[in-house]
Design a protein around this ligand. Sequence first.
Ligand SMILES: [Zn+2]
Length: 274
Amino acid sequence: MMNYNALLIMMISGLALVGFGINFLLKRQKEQKLQAIKALSFDDNERAYLLKLAHYKNLSVEEKKKIENSILLFIHTKEFRGVNLEVTDEMKIIIAFYACLLLLHIKTDNCYDALTTIIIYPHAVVTKTIKSFGGIYTKEKFFIEGESANNTVVISWHEAKKEAYHLRHNNVIIHEFAHEIDFMDGAVDGVPPIEKSKYNEWTHVLFQEFNKLKTVALKNRYWGKYKLLGSYAATNEAEFFAVATERFFESPESLKKNFPELYDELEGFYHRNQ
Ligand SMILES: [Zn+2]
């Protein structure tokens, strides 16, 4: 008769084998899916959306090929959900384009791996909070054009589309995906996954400018060059990095002229010579 210990060992070994088998199958399924995505390409209608984007038109032939592959991977590995709207190819392609543009020259295989879902609203989302001032409660309304939290990005399509086709200072898609990049090292703190040797310089330059901006924003008097970054960037270090990334991609010349050190840090991180 088999003793209890031998039976237990057999059961554990059996479970381990089943686990190994499931893992192997899932890995193979994933690889097959990735191979199938690699074989895809854009048709003329889909590429037409990209051809309207100044950022796409400025890319070299190799960069266009690379970013198109990344966009297809992004679109086929993330879930797009519309709230009170039907998600279109245009929405998927434009959102994926800007997300992939940020990673285009960063050496990484991470295509926002932690991100699973993109939720698209037709317009800015109104959120309400209740604040207490000395026992008096007031309701405050906030309009949110986008939001990013661990595995989900929220985008307001009205704002995103307006900014996507015109080079302005702002770009909500770039902003939210900068937060996602910031989160890749596990913390949303204005320090994305940079090389250890560059950490001190990065924090010195970014946080110095952040603190100066905060002082200006509090005084609310003479903004000077800090007008380019705006008061929202003074919220915290993470918002500062997201806004600075928007300016780096959308108005690089102004950023370089007014904040050369900040520009250099971002150039060093995104490896993108504007
Ligand atoms: Zn933000």
